[in-house]
Write a new protein. Sequence first.
Lengths: 300, 371
Amino acid sequence: MNKLFFLILSCLFVFPNLAVAKLHVVTTLTDLAAITKEVAGDEATVESIAKGTQDPHYIEAKPSFMLKVNHADLLISIGLELEVGWLPSLVRGGRNPKIKQGELGFLEVGPLVNPLEVPTGSISRAEGDVHPDGNPHVTLDPIRAGEIAGIIADRLSALDASHEALFHGNAKKFQDRMKQKIVVWKERIAKSGVKKAISYHKTLTYFFDRFGIKNSAILEPKPGIPPTSAHVMDVIALMKQEKISLIMVENMFDPTVTNKIINDIPAARAVTVPVAVGGEEKIHSMDDLYESLVKAVEGK
Amino acid sequence: MVRVYLVLLLSIFLPAHSALAEEGDASSPASRGGPSGKPFNPDTSVNFLGLGQYGSAISNDRTQTTHNGLTLQEAEMQFTSDVDVYFRAVALFSVSQKANSTDYGIDPEEVYLETISLPNITIRAGKFKMALGKHNQLHTHAFPFIDAPLINQLLLGSEGLNESGISADALIPLPWYSEFTLQGISLANDTLYTSRSSGDFGGVAHLKNLWDLNDSLTMEFGLSGTAGNNQYGKNSSVLASDLTFKWRPTVGGKYRALIWSTEYLDGQRQGMVSTTTGESQQKLGGIASWVQYQFAQRWYGQGRYEYVGLPRSPGVSIQSKESALLGFFPSEFSGIRVQYDLIQNQARPQTDHAIALQYNVTIGAHPAHAY
């Protein structure tokens, strides 16, 4: 009788557990999902909350996202207050103790990859949507993306030690590929002659920093504030003075603001660029994303 | 043998995530405490609403809480923090004008703790806005319009159904988002219940469902109800249903969005009669339906239609109200709204008009509002 009881218990609990042994990873952004897929291969299911076309600062905390979080073994976010307006609501609503801050299932990668533009001294909201711990758009640097792959490999290994070698091997492959490609991308950008550029928001900071392009001005007068006529006139004056001819508008923003600039400086070129995997239909991987940005700089 | 088997079984199923978790995020902003260096202080915010209004049906008496002219409508001070590994606490104090006075008073609008470590379920205790309908759960500064819908004001009072109690809500394992909430409440609400016996308890039940119709469009449908003894020693109850569609495209969603929300409340207040005519006011039902369209990054246009008296007892006046609102939000921390109302009340001989201008400001670390 006892044997029968334990057999039934085993069937109820053990077999279903084996059937769903694969880790389920939820990421806040598509870039993090793409990197996680590189690392995990077939050993985890991965899904992103945000779409690549959305502004990651302003994702709505839909209850359906809470369901995703509820089922997650690991929640990977950027941190640096990028998702502060929506992720805490999803974590609370997800009612999943595994992915609470401080648990193994909660991973913020941004603070671990040497963020840029960390404010010094006191900051105020009079400066716009300033991030107190640094610029959060870290995934647009291929080297930092490689570092993130390593961090994710560590965490996946902690959750699933049986695939540790695979996770670290995949992360190493991704890092090596980025290091190889970055040499070519740097050559192409150097050949293009572009040394300065304007962007709409400080999204491209890490890309510009890695490839030696100076982000001379931002179309937003302050982070999060739409361009004003007076500020656009200042940008036009600066572009003329410093002979800047490239404006890269991240494709979640309204690009029509550049019309006035192009009218004033016909030699200037305004391009709308995806800044996340899935930002355009053809952008399926981090490689595609960087390639797209490099081509935009080249004018191809 | 049995003991060994159970230990093995437990070791398989119990989560083993403590050891590495402690080292994992040592350099995260939260664990460093951010720039303030005070990681254990609660997130603190203050929101305040300034209001200037004129309406033909609104009193000119400054001692009335709703009066013509300029006023500080409300200020809310909110403190939020995890208590420990198991609980999170919220304390929100509201400063508003006292009735029949020009002085201001402070009230605990919501003060509660809730669990953060239980899977699939949240248990809450304290004083909080009850899960009756959709609008009742909003703070004043998050109202879609400057004022609450008429039916909410008439059935639940100016503060809504906001009582002491305990609550449990759980996710129902369905393919879509489905949440069931059950609450036990004190019956102190001075409009619906005002039960004299402190031993009386009432209940609230709420089923909330949300479907993603596609990546840009959601549909939310809720059913809820409350019941308990009232001041007449009889029963009061409200049934509520709400339906909301929200559209925000995944491409260009910073600049365009649309919400259409409709909520219906049906109240039964046994024993309630008009103090002037003696007629029954037992039945009181009403509906509010509104649309919000975001037509630029910081601009919103809205319209609302309300009808009260569906159903109604003879002592209840039929009322209808049409509102139009234009909102400008320079950032997520400030906003200015202007609202015009056209009001028909069976008890008044003429059509009434009202216009209001409101500014809405938040400082500090304010938690995000619910979807």
